[in-house]
Every structure is written in structure tokens, then in C-alpha cells.
Write a protein that binds this ligand. Structure first.
Ligand code: NDP
Length: 459
């Protein structure tokens, strides 16, 4: 049996692009189907534009901090529309760059909406309505890499809510904004808009933000965000949204929540993301899903249909860009490169680009105590005012923490809140993946004066 392609990839995001190019490098004939800009969530409406907004917003702190260093105070003016326009231009440039990489790799880009007709056939609808011109393609192997989309609850008035997708396209910077959710996206946008001068109210259903992170990190960041002027309402939930002449009114429930909160037409829901599986026709292909709506896969990213694979957020394993990329490459190495390898999910470093920044690798204190036993864990913690702030007048402190196994002395986790946390933790992650002990950290010469040196001088 001959097919149109050796591999058809559905979705040109981080995982799909990585898999397509790697498979093509082994000589496979590859096609990739995308109905939006090439690049996926991370490049088009996620990590990359978000980080640019973080950078943009941080200038407000630099202007303030500079005064402590002898600069005259200035009243800088910020233009939201100018920022979103240049970020949009940059996103388009990057998307075109990714398209040209596909071209260089001899991967066919097929534009349109894909769904399975059967286990070997994909139909692609190009255009909409009467102009639609469906095309079918067959493939020996198929990779599902369709990512995820923001979840919205069914609350009355939810049509007035925004997701992170729409935030990048906001016409005006809101003066007052509500953010629902205390996870990655909610925290990051709270920091961005707060630094840009928007009044931010964050509504969190639990008692603290960032569930799953080390408890000290959660408390420290929550206090720091509060100090920077973000109002965090904990144990509160939104019951309904209503439009008023002045903006949007949220009705809240929760013991400590005010009954209502009014903001501009800017209510961001960031309460998690769900795998993009709707309208894919997975049942026609015989691909099973998990009970949480993700494509079910084994350690090789293989679905219940042996020649169909899935990587990235659509599988809801560890939903981070570098993981999707590695899953895509591991799939291609295994299936087309004759070098079988499964992704190593241990010690994944992660950062929240909050203000101040958070980064972590390995086990939190609670996880370590649960896994190793209460008494078998030793904690090293350092909380200090960074040198940078000795002249700015800010009282914000940096927190750094090591979680160590008492018996083996192995470092099980490293956590930080403070400037450049992501950059520092990325390097620490190498030590953890090599099984470094606390003694190895101590034996490493400090680099002075730096913040990172604290990780090798803790006692
Ligand atoms: P997260 O899963 O990170 O956080 C969801 C938040 O919403 C939690 O605070 C959760 O509370 C709350 N929540 C969940 N359901 C409800 C509900 N029904 N009502 C009210 N609150 C609710 O999701 P995000 O949307 O912030 O981000 C999605 C994913 O995107 C992340 O998990 C991450 O994988 C990825 N991402 C990574 C980034 C990075 O690496 N820097 C940046 C942005 C996104 P509770 O804690 O109580 O469950």
C-alpha cells in the first residue's frame, strides 16, 4: 500500500514542527497541516509574545529604581497600542521564519482544518462555507499535535470574559482588570498589567496562588505581588458577569469575597487549558481518549491506534513547550531515525514569569517529605534583600531554597523567587539531573557578587 505521505502531522505548533523537521531529516516524506499561523500557541499567542509583554512592563520598575541610582525622575508615557502592534509584527516575523524552516526541511505545509476520515485518511477543509475545497491525504503514520485551548466555565455572562488569546489583541489598556485563576497565566498577566499601571484584582478559588509549587514560594510570591499593588482575593469564585455602562460587574461567592467587583471590559479567565480534540474525528480513526479528554498515549507517544501518535498539550502530560518539542523529536527519532528513545520527565525546570519571577526544579518540600518521609528531608532557605535593591528603596526580598535528602545528601529540589530566577534555575537543573549532592553545591566556588552564589553558600 502506498500513501501520500510517510508522516502527516496535524498542528504546526512546537511539538508538531519539531517532529516534522526531525522526521524529514531522516528522509521521510512529511506534510504538516495548520489552520492558523505557523508556530502554535507558544510563538503566536503564548510564551513568546507574553515574554515580550513582561519585558515591556518591567521598564516601569527600571524607571523607578533608577532614581535611587542618581537618575532624575521622569514621567514616562506608555502606549499600549504601539506595544501590541510591534509585538504582533514580531510574532508574524517569527511565524514566517518557522514557515521557511519547514520549506528548508522539505516539509509540505498544508493549510486548513484537519480531521480523520479513517485511520489512514485525513480530510483538510481549506476556506470556509461555499468556498471550502476539501482535500484528502493518506499517510503511513500520523501525528496529532493540536495543542490545547483555554477553558471557560459556563457562568452566566461568560461571553464578556477574555482568555489569554484575546489579551494580545486588546484595543486599549484597561484601567481596571479582573483576573480569574492563580496559575501560570493569571499570575503572569497580573504582573504585566500591574507594572503597566492597570489596577489588577486577582480572584483565586484556593487559599493561595500557584498550587503545586513549593509552599514557601507560593507565600513569598503572593506577598510580593500584594506589595506591588495586586489585590488578590482568595477563596473567592465568580458566579456571574454583567455588562454595565462603566464596564463589567462580577458577582462573587466566598466567605472573604466582596459581593461584587467592577472592572473595565477586561475580565481574564485563566483557569487551565483543555486538549484540542473537538472535531478531529478521533473515533473514526480508532484513537482512544483519557477520561480527562486528552489523547491517550503510551511512553512512546503512541495512541491506541499503533500508527497514530500524539505529542504536546493534546496528550495533557507536562504541558510545557520544551516538553512538546522533546516529545516530537523523540517520536521522530524512534519511528523514523531508528534510535528509540522515550522522554525523560524527571527534573523538568519551570518558571512563572511573574514579577518577581519564580522558578523551580525537582521536588517541593511537601512532595519530598511525602516521598522520603517527614524526617528524611533537610531544608536550606535563604531570604535576603538583593544587592540591586540596596539603593532602590524597595524592600522586596529574594527567596532561594534547597530541598535535600538527609541520607544521601542529594539535592531533590531547588526553588527561587527573585530577579533572573528562570536563568539561574535552568543551570541548577543540570546539577539535579546529574544527581548532585548538597556537598557538591558547597564544593562549587561562589561567583561574587551574584544572586546565584547563594545556592552554593547556604548553610
Ligand atoms: P493553571 O493550571 O496553571 O492554573 C489554573 C488556575 O485556575 C489555578 O489557580 C486553579 O485553581 C484555577 N481554577 C481551575 N479551575 C477553576 C474554576 N473552575 N474556577 C476558578 N478557578 C479555577 O492554568 P493556566 O490557565 O494559568 O495555564 C495553563 C497552562 O499553560 C499551565 O498549566 C502551563 O502548563 C502552561 N503555561 C506555562 C507557562 C510557563 O511555562 N511560564 C506560562 C503560561 C502557561 P486551583 O489551584 O485551586 O486548582
Amino acid at each position: 500500500m502506498t500513501y501520500d505521505y510517510d508522516l502527516l502531522v496535524i498542528g504546526a505548533g512546537s511539538g508538531g514542527l519539531a517532529a516534522a523537521k526531525r522526521a524529514a531529516s531522516y528522509g521521510a516524506k512529511v506534510g504538516i497541516i495548520e489552520n492558523d499561523l505557523v508556530g502554535g500557541t507558544c510563538v503566536v499567542r503564548g510564551c513568546v509574545p507574553k515574554k515580550l509583554l513582561v519585558y515591556a512592563s518591567q521598564f516601569s520598575h527600571f524607571y523607578q529604581d533608577a532614581v535611587g541610582y542618581g537618575w532624575e525622575a521622569v514621567k514616562p508615557k506608555f502606549h499600549w497600542s504601539k506595544l501590541t502592534e510591534i509585538v504582533d509584527t514580531e510574532v508574524n516575523r517569527l511565524s514566517q521564519l518557522h514557515t521557511s524552516f519547514l520549506d528548508q526541511s522539505k516539509v509540505d505545509l498544508i493549510r486548513g482544518q484537519a480531521s480523520f476520515l479513517d485511520a489512514r485518511t485525513i480530510i483538510v477543509n481549506q476556506g470556509q462555507g461555499k468556498t471550502a475545497t476539501p482535500q484528502t491525504f493518506t499517510a503511513d503514520r500520523i501525528l496529532i499535535a493540536t495543542g490545547s485551548e483555554a477553558i471557560l466555565p459556563k457562568s452566566p455572562g461568560i461571553e464578556y470574559a477574555l482568555t489569554s488569546r484575546e489579551l494580545f489583541k486588546l484595543q486599549e489598556q484597561p484601567k481596571r482588570m479582573a483576573i480569574i485563576g492563580g496559575g501560570y497565566i493569571g499570575i503572569e498577566f497580573a504582573g504585566i498589567f500591574n507594572a503597566l499601571g492597570t489596577e489588577v484584582i486577582q480572584i483565586v478559588r484556593g487559599d493561595k496562588i500557584l498550587r503545586g509549587f513549593d509552599d514557601d514560594i507560593r507565600t513569598h510570591l503572593q506577598d510580593a505581588m500584594h506589595q506591588r499593588g495586586i489585590k488578590i482575593l482568595t477563596e473567592s469564585q465568580v458566579e456571574r458577569l454583567e455588562k454595565t455602562v462603566n464596564g463589567t460587574v462580577l458577582s462573587l461567592i466566598g466567605d472573604s469575597a466582596p459581593p461584587t467587583v467592577e472592572v473595565d471590559a477586561a475580565v481574564l479567565f485563566a483557569i487551565g487549558r483543555a486538549p484540542n480534540t473537538a472535531d478531529l474525528g478521533l473515533d473514526l480513526a480508532g484513537v482512544a481518549m483519557t477520561d480527562r479528554g486528552a489523547v491517550a498515549v503510551n511512553e512512546w507517544s503512541q495512541t491506541t491506534q499503533p500508527h497514530i501518535y500524539a505529542v504536546g498539550d493534546v496528550t495533557n502530560r507536562a504541558n510545557l513547550t520544551p516538553i512538546a518539542i522533546d516529545e516530537g523529536r523523540a517520536f521522530a527519532d524512534t519511528v523514523f531515525g531508528n534510535t528509540p528513545r522515550a522522554v525523560n520527565y524527571a527534573n523538568i525546570p519551570t518558571a512563572v514569569f511573574s514579577q518577581p519571577e519564580v522558578a523551580s526544579v525537582g521536588l517541593s518540600e511537601d512532595m519530598a517529605r511525602e516521598r522520603q518521609g517527614q524526617e528524611n528531608v533537610k531544608i536550606y532557605r535563604s531570604i535576603f534583600r538583593p544587592l540591586y535593591h540596596s539603593l532602590t528603596g524597595s524592600t522586596e526580598k529574594t527567596l532561594m531554597k534547597l530541598v535535600v535528602d538527609r541520607q544521601s545528601d542529594r539535592v531533590l529540589g531547588a526553588h527561587m523567587v527573585g530577579k533572573e530566577a528562570a536563568e539561574i534555575i535552568q543551570s541548577v537543573a543540570i546539577s539535579l539531573s546529574k544527581g548532585a549532592t548538597k556537598q557538591d553545591f558547597d564544593n562549587t566556588m561562589a561567583l561574587h557578587p551574584s544572586t546565584a552564589e547563594e545556592f552554593v553558600t547556604m548553610s
